[in-house]
Design a protein around this ligand. Structure first.
Ligand code: 8OZ
Length: 361
């Protein structure tokens, strides 16, 4: 069996090791694009086998939090090019996470003060982060079916922008109760017609997005992130039958030839074992997929070594430990102690708690 430190080829991407930097929202973009501070942050972490960038909106309507970057216009392409160049100079690989927040947004962040859009107009208890701090999300309106081709096209456009910016690929964010999960879950999606009701209908938008993105840039450069069980900080029930839903999604994705599937196990940022939920078997899910499998959520060194050694996953994505340890790969290899996370400095701010975590030596 390979180890966490062995190289791996996933789709078109040749990675130096199986340690992945998870996508991490940090709210430190300026003017909806990365700047020099963000370039330095990613450069510091380039020894990861793969960096997945912070979630980046595919369109102005896809934004839901203050100071997150986009990947849909020429200015953003030029700004991201500085990030991808810096990571490539260090020998790293980097994909960008493509994000539409759906209803997790606020009118103050959207063009012309527009209402957020979703599969539904039902309210949610979720909060978001604006210029005024944490606030309840604004009421959303339900997208019409005839608006969905435009959203699919926005994902494909963003994927092409990512290639122009020098990324090695993209990861479609279909997790954490943002737009694509707002269609997938029967706890949210109350539509009738081709995008509501049956599992096949609720999965339709995600599958159309994956087809459009893989057609635009190639399946070997495309991954997807899923979170079958998360409640997203207690704001949302999971699907009534997540096993059936995600078995179907993976079965349908398998023939596309994606670079990887990335699964957040359990509660995002919380326990990988979620109590009181329908039983869920990740092995059954994985059995439907022939490509690379990436596991995530609070993995320790020992857990990650075990996951790869036993074949539970091909790669492990680390979030919080990669924030606090730019040289996480070396520390895991040498079993060196990890810097503690400064959780109060996660969202917004400057270099403090961002690029000032020390490396060994
Ligand atoms: C934390 C804060 C804001 C956004 C996610 C993109 O949960 C996020 C996110 C995380 O996927």
């Amino acid at each position: 069996m390979p180890t966490l430190f062995d190289p791996i080829k996933i789709g078109d991407l040749a990675l130096a090791n199986r340690i992945v930097m998870a996508p991490l929202t940090r709210n430190r973009a300026s003017g909806k694009k990365p700047g020099p501070l963000n370039v330095e942050y990613y450069r510091q972490r380039a020894t990861a086998g793969l960096i997945i960038t912070e979630a980046s909106q595919i369109s102005p309507m896809g934004q839901g939090y203050l100071d997150t970057p986009g990947i849909y216009n020429a200015e953003q392409i030029a700004a991201w090019r500085k990030v991808t160049d810096a990571v490539h100079v260090e020998g790293g690989r980097i994909v960008i996470q493509l994000w539409h927040v759906g209803r997790i947004s606020h009118t103050s962040l959207l063009p012309g003060g527009a209402a957020p859009v979703s599969s539904t107009a039902q309210p949610t208890k979720a909060v978001t982060f604006t210029r005024e701090g944490f606030v309840p999300v604004s009421p959303a309106r339900a997208l019409r079916d005839d608006e969905l081709p435009g959203i699919v096209a926005d994902y494909a456009h963003a994927a092409r922008c990512a290639m122009e910016a020098g990324f090695d690929g993209v990861e479609v964010h279909s997790a954490n109760t943002y737009l694509l999960e707002q269609f997938l879950r029967d706890s949210i999606n109350d539509r009738t017609g081709p995008y509501g009701g049956s599992i096949a209908n609720r999965a339709r938008l995600l599958l159309e997005v994956m087809q459009a993105v893989t057609k635009a840039i190639g399946a070997g450069r495309t991954g997807v992130r899923l979170s079958p069980l998360t409640s997203f900080r207690g704001s949302c029930a999971p699907d009534s039958n997540p096993q059936a839903l995600y078995d179907y999604v993976i079965e349908q994705l398998a023939p596309l030839g994606l670079a990887y599937v990335h699964v957040i196990e359990g509660e995002t940022g919380g326990s990988r074992v979620v109590e009181g939920k329908p039983p869920f078997d990740y092995k059954v899910l994985r059995a439907h997929f022939p490509g690379a499998w990436m596991a995530n959520n609070g993995y320790s060194r020992a857990d990650a070594l075990d996951a790869v050694a036993t074949g539970h996953a091909d790669l492990v994505a680390f979030g919080r430990s990669f924030i606090a340890n730019p040289d996480l790969v070396r520390r895991l290899r040498e079993d060196a102690p990890l810097n503690p996370l400064r959780a109060d400095l996660l969202y917004g701010g400057d270099a403090e708690g961002y690029t000032d975590y020390p490396a060994l030596d």
